[in-house]
Design a protein around this ligand. Structure first.
Ligand code: PLP
Length: 393
């Protein structure tokens, strides 16, 4: 067998992908599996974006592009950010990346040195820790509490010793897995807390357009020039325009940092697929009704899920989600009574009831599960019927 490098020896594949793979196996065996595990919209990419990609291919936009991305696309993203996110961006401060995920990967590779550490409010998205560790750095979880509604409460961390090797913090609002949208006031406090500690901020805003209850998204870089100087903003259209498979996203940071990330991109994946970039220019000016339609659909599903969960109060509690398409459920009452871990629960639910959900421990919070409601109401109804039957058994 080939000898694997130490750097990647401990690296595991995403636990969510593992659940999706088991769900696919059960489906292939003929079972009616409903997966509430994957974090991707069930809609197809809007026609206007598809048409732009097809036209680009026909027009010969099929060659190498600059590592930074097409200049016209960087300009379109800079304009979108200035108009929608409320902070000025120069096109030279934009890097086009293969999804927000690769943007985060490149940012971490360029930001942290071995021996340094990154803080992550936890529960947190599954890929942050492996990416930090791949850069040779370590992870310091900052606990978020269910009784605070999983909102950042810097008072809670005041007694915590933040070591001098802490280099940055990853902030993610709207949040995966909790669905919580941080308010402007909370972000001002959190940013102030980070700046006082000389931390760089990585702001993952991939769910920026998926928000309910008339709340609004706040970009950390829009909080003022100090905040902008310290922040690397990562986002994309994967979630808001159902473009998960296109692998398109962007990073906003100061020019020297973007130039270094572009060098790393040029020496690895070169750039994002040419016609995908071309179609993304169209995505930057998509009529708002298209995105709003998807958010309205997600909202109906969110409400349905909450109605069902409210009827299971004897077994569980949950934090009302106001963004993204996830609900984070505290199952400790039921799990402790049944002497089960969240991982065992998820395995059993998938193998016996054919419903896929993700264990909270994957996000750094045991005794919990995360469900995604990015699937139609019929599926949600069947899934909840089965979950309820399983909990009642
Ligand atoms: C919090 C968070 N950040 C980043 C990503 C990656 O987004 P993309 O598909 O654009 O790479 C995801 C995808 O699940 C996510 O949930």
């Amino acid at each position: 067998m080939l000898k694997i490098a130490n750097r990647v020896k401990a690296l595991k594949s995403s636990s969510i992908m593992a659940i999706s793979a088991r769900a696919a196996e059960l489906k292939a065996e003929g079972h009616e599996v409903i997966s509430l595990a994957a974090g991707e919209p069930d809609f197809n990419t809007p026609d206007l974006i598809q048409a732009a990609a097809t036209k680009a291919m026909k027009d010969g936009i099929t060659k190498y592009t600059p590592a930074t991305g097409f200049q016209s696309l960087r300009e379109a993203i800079a304009k979108k950010i200035s108009l929608e996110n409320g902070f000025p961006v120069d096109p030279e401060e934009v890097l086009i990346t293969s999804g927000a995920k690769h943007g985060l990967y490149l940012a971490l590779q360029c930001l942290v040195d071995p021996g340094e550490a990154i803080l992550i409010p936890t529960p947190a998205w599954v890929s942050y820790s492996p990416m930090i560790e791949l850069a040779g750095a370590s992870v310091i979880p900052l606990p978020l509490y269910e009784e605070d509604g999983y909102r950042p409460n810097v008072e809670r961390w005041k007694g915590m010793a933040i070591p001098p090797n802490a280099k940055g913090i990853i902030i993610n609002s709207p949040n995966n897995p909790t669905g919580v949208v941080y308010s402007r006031e909370e972000l001002i406090k959190l940013t102030g807390w980070a700046l006082q500690r000389n931390l760089w901020i990585i702001s993952d805003e991939i769910y920026e357009k998926i928000i309910y209850d008339n709340l609004t998204h706040t970009s950390i870089s829009a909080l003022g020039p100090e905040a902008k100087k310290a922040t690397i903003t990562v986002s994309g259209f994967s979630k808001s325009y159902a473009m998960t498979g296109w692998r398109f996203g962007w990073v906003i940071a100061d020019r020297p940092f973007i130039a270094k990330m572009a060098s790393l991109q040029s020496q690895s994946n070169s750039h994002v697929t040419s016609f995908v970039q071309w179609a993304a220019i169209t995505a930057c000016t998509l009529p708002p009704e298209i995105g709003n339609f998807m958010v309205a659909e997600f909202d109906k599903r969110r409400r349905y899920c909450m109605e069902r969960l409210d009827k299971m109060g004897d077994y569980l509690s949950y934090t009302r989600p106001t963004g993204a398409f996830y609900i984070f459920i505290n199952l400790s009452k039921w799990l402790i009574k049944n002497r089960m871990t969240d991982l065992e629960f998820c395995k059993e639910l998938l193998n016996k009831e054919y419903v896929g959900v993700v264990p909270g421990s994957s996000f750094g919070k045991e005794h919990s599960i995360r469900i995604s409601y990015a699937t139609n109401i019929d599926n949600l109804k069947k899934a909840f019927d089965r979950i309820e039957a399983y909990l009642n058994r």
